[in-house]
Design a protein around this ligand. Structure first.
Ligand SMILES: [Zn+2]
Length: 91
């Protein structure tokens, strides 16, 4: 097992088809992660873009700042609403 960095690089090789999946258990885990985590996130973003709701805060309906979307492309709330949401949840 390598570091997270190695895994990220390995994932890149697999999704771009540069490395065969074979029977390597690490590769299989990476593929599963790809299908269960990365792909659904990409699809959710694509669907929001199609519906025209991408980048709109689900709580206050204000646009989410571009800088926030850049670091968290799947963000559903602006920073203010996200903070309020997290505070509510920890109560
Ligand atoms: Zn908001």
């Amino acid at each position: 097992m390598g570091t997270i960095c190695d895994l990220t690089e390995k994932r890149q090789l697999i999704v771009t088809g540069k490395e065969p999946v074979n029977n390597d258990p690490v590769n299989k885990i990476l593929i599963e992660l790809e299908l269960n985590t990365f792909l659904p996130a990409q699809i959710a973003i694509a669907e929001k873009k199609k519906a025209g709701t991408y980048g709109i805060c689900i709580d206050c309906q204000n646009p989410i700042p571009y800088e926030r979307l850049e670091v968290a492309p799947h963000a559903e709330r602006c920073i203010r609403c996200q903070t309020a949401h997290e505070n509510n949840c920890s109560d």
